[in-house]
Design a protein around this ligand. Structure first.
Ligand code: NAP
Length: 460
């Protein structure tokens, strides 16, 4: 059996080892999940809810252990990792609660001639085997966002976690088993996504692919999936508008945190900030001053604000994008340098629109500042790229704030906080290249089930 080592990106120490799954392992997992589906679909809602509540309890009891695993195998600081472990408990509890609210409706068959003697209803049935493919940046809670609703709905799951951060996912699967979930119902396949992905995605026994990750892998999946449901939670290049009537210190604090959370490896991380020209200089200077206070380095230290990127290669990419922008006329106000996988938190201005760091998702600790003169211009610029996950506007004028909320093309708008906000029960997902479908437990439950209609012809 071939193994893959899991490294801590801060010091390259080995955190664990996983099996490098083969195509045969992938097919075996699907066959087992098929047996699992026959088991879980027959479970009552209260049985599934009990398993979910118990799993939440296990994660809660072992929160610190989960947080350490998240922080060691990934990029997050221990403080950020604790927040993710807490959110995972919430995600599982919401899944248990929502499993009890999966309602159907009666159907007015007598609304068309010929249907007078008929009555009936629909309920929501599970879809079958869900293939869950997850990214590295929230290695626990984004897995819970797939396992929680899939199991709540009565589906079995084949899970393929990110190869660089598989340990949190494996720990969560163990918590599910300890809570009483039969092993057949949840199959974890580890190994290379580009090798195993196509085998899993194309298989006709898989009824839904629920993918969270980058645009390129997402596009590959949609090309080969065939006739099955697809959920796509992809990346973005999140815009934030800052109007001239706001508390500048508050907006700076919120945007700095939103830009550098998880070393910027965050699908809703702040990347483009459009600031009203009247406050631009003050906002910029305060933003840079706040960024310079960031303590970067050892993510296990309690006072560390930002850890390394997931690999040195990724840090190099961000450094290159910054250098490219600077060579095209941008000014790097702070940061821009790298030591191994640690990329300094970086702030840029005067970034040309054809620079990669303007056009693409940076997924790293770099943020671009721009001046705007009016709300129409800000909205137009916010909408100018082919992404649309979350957008944000800081503005105390309700009319202008609502104009931005309705005008920005995206899956959700945050008013008076940065884009880096997610409640695990809110509808979450993107438009354009940012995705397809919605997560947020209640919404995932709809995606992971199908209506089944029952019509009774009354014979008397
Ligand atoms: P990624 O490289 O696309 O990988 C995501 C997952 O897909 C991994 O498990 C990967 O396996 C697998 N994979 C890779 N190629 C595949 C293929 N051809 N077929 C099937 N699966 C394949 O993404 P990442 O670097 O881990 O995560 C960063 C991206 O995720 C960013 O773009 C970010 O914005 C996005 N994201 C979106 C959301 C959201 O909710 N919208 C949340 C978080 C992250 P390996 O690890 O083995 O390569």
């Amino acid at each position: 059996m071939e193994m893959i080592k899991v490294y801590d990106p801060y010091d390259n120490s080995i955190v664990g080892e996983i099996v490098k799954g083969t195509k045969e392992d992938a097919l075996k997992a699907i066959a087992t999940a098929q047996k699992g589906y026959e088991i879980i679909r027959k479970m009552s809602v209260h049985q599934r809810a009990t398993i979910l509540f118990k799993t939440a309890e296990i994660v809660e009891k072992n929160k610190e252990e989960f947080a350490v695993t998240i922080a060691r195998e990934g990029s997050k600081t221990i403080k950020e990792a604790r927040k993710e472990a807490n959110r995972c408990v919430n995600t599982l509890k919401i899944s248990a609660e929502e499993s009890k609210r999966l309602f159907g409706e009666t159907i007015p068959f007598d609304s068309f001639p010929g249907g007078e003697s008929k009555l009936g209803y629909y309920y929501r049935q599970p879809i079958g085997i869900v293939l869950a493919i997850t990214p590295f940046n929230d290695p626990l809670n984004l897995v819970a966002h797939k396992l929680g609703p899939a199991i709540a709905a009565g589906n079995s799951v084949v899970l393929k976690p990110a190869t660089v951060t598989p340990l949190s996912a494996i720990k969560l699967a163990e918590a599910f088993f300890a809570a009483g979930l039969p092993k057949e119902c949840l199959q974890v396949v580890t190994g290379n996504g580009s090798e195993l992905g196509p085998v899993l995605v194309q298989d006709e026994r898989i009824r839904m692919v629920s993918f969270t990750g980058g645009f390129e892998a997402g596009k590959e999946i949609t090309k080969i999936a065939g006739i099955k449901k697809i959920g796509m939670e992809l990346g973005s290049n999140s815009p934030v508008i800052v109007w001239d009537d706001v508390d500048i210190d508050y907006a700076v604090e919120s945007c700095v945190s939103g830009a550098f959370w998880a070393a910027g490896q965050n699908c809703i991380g702040v990347q483009r900030v459009y600031i009203h020209k009247r406050i631009y200089n003050e906002f910029r200077d305060k933003f840079v001053a706040r960024t310079l206070k960031y303590k970067i380095g050892n993510k296990m230290e309690e006072d560390c604000d930002m850890g390394p990127m997931i690999t040195e290669k990724e840090a190099e990419r961000v450094e290159n994008w910054i250098n490219e922008a600077v060579s095209m006329g941008a000014k790097c106000l702070c940061g821009g340098k790298r030591k191994g996988a640690i990329m300094e938190p970086s702030v840029l201005e005067n970034v040309p629109e054809n620079a990669t760091i303007h056009k693409e998702e940076v997924f790293g600790p770099a943020v671009n500042l721009y001046q705007i003169e009016c709300m129409d211009e800000a909205i137009e610029k916010a909408n100018s790229l082919p992404f649309g996950l979350l957008a944000a506007v800081f503005c105390n004028n309700i009319n202008l704030a609502m104009k931005a909320a309705y005008g920005m093309d995206c899956g959700g708008v945050i008013i008076n906080d940065s884009t880096d906000y997610r409640l695990d029960s809110m509808p979450f997902g993107g438009i354009k290249n940012s995705g397809l479908g919605r997560e947020g437990i209640k919404f995932s439950l709809q995606e992971m089930t199908e209506p089944k209609m029952v019509c009774i012809n009354m014979m008397n």
